[in-house]
Ligand binder design. Structure first.
Ligand code: UDP
Length: 315
């Protein structure tokens, strides 16, 4: 039997590159599509010698004509710094990207998985967040290009599913971290680690009492694969994927300082507009439907991430 042909949009991004790697090791033919707006070639350069791996520079706001069996649709700048840099483009990437990938799925009969986000819950009034919560999103704020873009994409996925019966899987991904995070994307884990390794001030926004729940990238990739491979097309999601262990940002800062044995000081900066105050996934659905749960603790995952940035900064 010939290998499964899998398209990963945003395949040279942080999560995408780990997914491509895992799909190749599972025996798939992988087509990585990226426009390198926030993804980086070096994230997948080690895969180029594999004859089952292909890379195509393409912007998914334009239609794509390829033959594939499965589509992991990840492409979109995902950190606030990146998605706010050109917010109009972010919304276009979300909306036109979803249309183009859904049309591709319709034409080829491919199963399609969409990487949505915990941002669809906005600044949540329910805690922890489960999939039946509709969210509390500012529709005209500086995060809305991403939040509302992803919400519109989710709508499109479900409309294509209802109207054209295409098999869809919608994952709501919570904060994920690990090697190959972009050092300049402003994410809290990469920011703190880079600052600590360089003994610079650790920038805590607000008073640091806001919380996040951090999932190590390998756990997340396992969940995406389990979701795509879930038999039958009845389970569409949306399903929360993340690690429910919740930490305040100040706790994270202290952990990183201790782990890196850094002389950095914590400094407090203004809290960005619409920054969610609490975030923690309820993952009961992922556990029951996918038989998945995260395995890597924050300490363990941070060690590996620190290691990655230590090598990067040192060399
Ligand atoms: N944050 C911070 N210092 C930084 C970067 C981020 O205190 O240098 C805070 C940010 O305000 C937010 C949390 O860390 O409350 C997570 O931010 P991130 O951008 O990583 O992800 P998101 O806000 O999308 O969850």
């Amino acid at each position: 039997m010939s290998a499964k042909r899998v398209l990963v949009t945003g395949g040279s991004g942080f999560i995408g590159s780990h997914l491509c790697e895992r799909l190749l090791s599972d025996g798939a033919d992988v087509l990585c599509v990226d426009n390198f707006y926030s993804g980086e070639k070096r994230n997948v350069s080690h895969l180029l010698s594999n004859s089952r791996f292909e890379i195509l520079r393409h912007d998914i706001t334009l239609p794509l004509y390829v033959e594939v069996d499965e589509i992991y649709h990840l492409a979109c700048p995902a950190s606030p710094v990146h998605y706010q840099k050109d917010s109009v483009r972010t919304m276009k990437t979300c909306f036109y990207g979803a249309v183009n990938m859904l049309d591709l799925a319709l034409r080829t009969g491919a199963k399609i998985l969409f990487s949505s986000t915990s941002e669809v819950y906005g600044d949540p009034k329910e805690h922890p967040q489960n999939e039946s919560y509709w969210g509390n999103v500012n529709p005209v704020g500086i995060r809305s290009c991403y939040d509302e873009g992803k919400r519109a994409s989710e709508s499109l996925f479900f409309d294509y599913h209802r109207q054209y019966r295409i098999p869809i899987k919608v994952a709501r991904i919570f904060n994920t971290y690990g090697p190959r995070m972009h050092p300049n994307d402003g994410r809290v884990v990469s920011n703190f680690i880079v600052q600590a390794l360089e003994n610079r001030d650790i920038t805590v926004y607000g008073d640091g009492s806001q919380t996040r729940s951090f999932c190590y990238v390998d756990d997340l990739v396992c969940a995406l694969i389990a979701l795509m491979n879930d038999t039958g097309n009845d389970f569409t999601g949306p399903v929360n994927l993340g690690n429910p262990a919740e930490f305040t940002i100040i706790e994270l800062a202290k952990k990183v300082i201790e782990m890196t044995d850094s002389s950095s000081e914590i400094v407090f900066k203004a809290l960005p507009q619409d920054d969610p105050s609490r975030r923690k996934p309820d993952i009961s659905l992922a556990k029951s439907a996918l038989n998945w749960m995260p395995r890597v603790s924050l300490d363990e995952g941070l060690e590996k991430t620190v290691q990655y940035f230590t090598v990067g900064i040192g060399g």
